[in-house]
Design a protein around this ligand. Structure first.
Ligand code: ZN
Length: 568
């Protein structure tokens, strides 16, 4: 489209008021000048006129460089030099007797060419396109043509016009005005490029009708401005009416900000044809930026990494960060070192911990004596207060697998469970059978319960007991906590009978057992009042599940199930 419009306009430039001779049937001796080429007629013209010969009998070398010596020889012929042999040369590098010497010296005497300040002529140096315009204009003057007309309107269409040397600019404008000179389809005049032999032939061909040719009437020219998003001018182009504007600089770039990356999408309107002075504004695509957010633990280890769209919130998905306790302190996760809202940069969140002085244990455990773990599910509930009182009175511990919805309701009981050194465990939020849930729902049941513990205690439990003991390897891996089942079931929920619960718990007790009861029933609470002293009198230590595992030499692993911890 652009090319076609440009070609159309260029054809306007080269319509002459007199027709040039056509030589379509003429035969040239040169094998490199093909009849279909644009320079065929010009070369026939200069050859027939005797202005230019081939570089050999068979070759014209149309794309060969035109040297200053060649040019002087051609100019001298057209200007009418008579046979003359000089014996002295005004140029240090032009010896007399060469094929070009007489022509150069004659042209210099007639003001058609000039040498350099160094006294040289530099005969083998190429003639540039702008020099061609200057030299042809001098030739015209020598031939008494009127070469005074100068109008830069046409020149203003050529985007490389400012590369023309100051001395040559009027001559280039003149040559364009008379159609002697043409630019390329991209509206470049290429002033510093070496002129070729075929280009000189074309200029001479057109120059032959100079006297009968009026200057070209310039078309209406419009100035087209290309602006960036901020109104700054990127580029201006002059375009003839009906032509096509062209942006000739680097693709415009808009700096990306913290929210968006920008890519150039084009201009705000089509750019052809131009029939008025027009402003084009660069249009950009917006892409929301993305940032990497890292969550780092106290020791610099990466806990979690996520990518967040600019302006969105970062969310930590993982277990609550832990810092190992030392002899003096227990560490409680207290949050992150900054807000996770509206991320607008690559961000690192560092886990912050609160140091809590470690309470001295009231209990002493002898690893060589028998021990077992009492566990209470489904609480906090109706039996909780009494059970905790009993445990506290005898200075023993148990493990409570609490239900998230109850945890939320009874925070004070949760705090007391921990205060008397019992262990807490996760028993889901709403007590479903996990075999009937999707992976996402299982994760939600477990995570929401841990979050309730975190709200009250600042940390989440290590242990988890699935309701009804209903689990399988897939569920275990989704839960990804230490999964604790039991080895002695008191069936307290079924009997609701203190004697019955007492008989199972005490009658079946053994070293390493995990005994299942529930926090919900007064009958269970009543049984516990008798179970604790009975087990103590039989030599059992009543410990938490984690203590039992530890003193029996087990290292529990997330996603694994444990029923009991017998001596290894
Ligand atoms: Zn339960």
């Amino acid at each position: 489209m652009l090319k076609r419009a440009a070609a159309l306009f260029l054809s306007i430039l080269f319509v002459f008021s007199v027709s040039l001779p056509i030589y379509s049937v003429y035969t040239l001796p040169f094998t490199d000048v093909n009849e279909g080429k644009w320079y065929f007629a010009p070369i026939v013209f200069v050859y027939k006129k005797g202005y230019m010969n081939g570089v050999s009998d068979e070759l014209f070398d149309p794309s060969g460089t035109m040297t200053r010596a060649m040019f002087a020889v051609v100019i001298a012929k057209i200007a009418g030099k008579r046979d003359i042999s000089y014996t002295e040369s005004p140029f240090s590098d032009v010896e007399t007797g060469k094929w070009y010497s007489d022509s150069i010296i004659w042209c210099a005497e007639n003001g058609l060419v000039s040498g350099y300040e160094t006294g040289e002529f530099k005969p083998s140096r190429p003639v540039t396109r702008e020099q061609t315009a200057v030299l042809i204009r001098r030739l015209g003057d020598h031939l008494n043509y009127d070469v005074t007309y100068e109008d830069e309107t046409l020149l203003s269409l050529f985007h490389d016009r400012n590369e023309i040397s100051g001395y040559a600019r009027p001559a280039v404008a003149w040559a364009l005005d008379y159609g002697l000179f043409s630019g390329n389809e991209d509206f470049a005049v290429m002033p510093r490029k070496s002129a070729t032999r075929s280009e000189l032939a074309a200029i001479l061909y057109r120059f032959s009708s100079y006297k009968d040719t009026p200057p070209i009437v310039p078309p209406t020219i419009y100035t087209v401005t290309f602006k960036n998003y901020d109104g700054s001018v990127l580029y201006t182009d002059n375009v003839a009416a009906g032509g096509t504007a062209k942006y000739r600089e680097q693709t415009p770039v808009r700096p990306s900000d913290e929210m968006y990356d920008y890519s150039f999408n084009g201009w705000d309107k089509p750019i052809t044809p131009i029939n008025e002075n027009t402003v084009f504004t660069a249009v950009y695509n917006e892409t929301i930026r993305e940032y990497i957010v890292n969550f780092i633990n106290w020791d610099g280890t990466l806990l979690y990494s996520t990518t967040v769209k600019a302006g969105e919130n970062a969310v930590y998905i993982g277990k609550t960060p832990e810092k190992p306790d030392d002899e003096e302190y227990t560490y409680v996760f207290s949050g992150w070192d900054k807000s996770m809202n509206c991320i607008k940069a690559e961000t690192v969140f560092q886990a912050q911990f609160e140091a809590v002085i470690k309470p001295k244990s009231q209990r002493t455990i002898d690893p060589n004596k028998p021990m077992l773990a009492l566990t209470f599910d489904d609480g906090p509930g109706a039996g909780s207060k009494s059970i905790l009182d009993t445990l506290d009175n005898y200075n023993v511990a148990a493990t409570f697998f609490d239900v998230g919805s109850n945890v939320k309701r009874y925070p004070d009981i949760i705090k007391r469970e921990v205060e008397i050194e019992c262990e807490i465990g996760n028993h889901t939020y709403s007590h479903p059978n996990l075999r009937n849930l999707s992976s996402a729902s299982i994760t939600d049941e477990v995570t929401s319960t841990n979050n309730e513990f975190i709200k009250i205690l600042g940390y989440a439990p290590e242990l988890m007991r699935p309701p009804y003991g209903a689990t399988n390897p897939t569920i275990n891996s989704i839960i990804n906590m230490k999964i604790i089942l039991w080895s002695i079931d008191t069936l307290d929920w079924k009997s609701r009978n203190a004697d019955s619960v007492y008989n199972v718990a005490v009658g079946e007790a053994y070293d390493g057992a995990i005994i299942l009861m529930h926090s919900l029933y007064p009958s269970t609470a009543a049984a516990v009042k008798r179970i604790v002293p009975a087990l103590l009198s039989r030599g059992y230590q009543l410990v938490t599940v984690s203590e039992l595992a530890y003193y029996k030499g087990y290292t529990m692993v997330n996603g694994e199930r444990y029923f009991q911890f017998k001596n290894k």
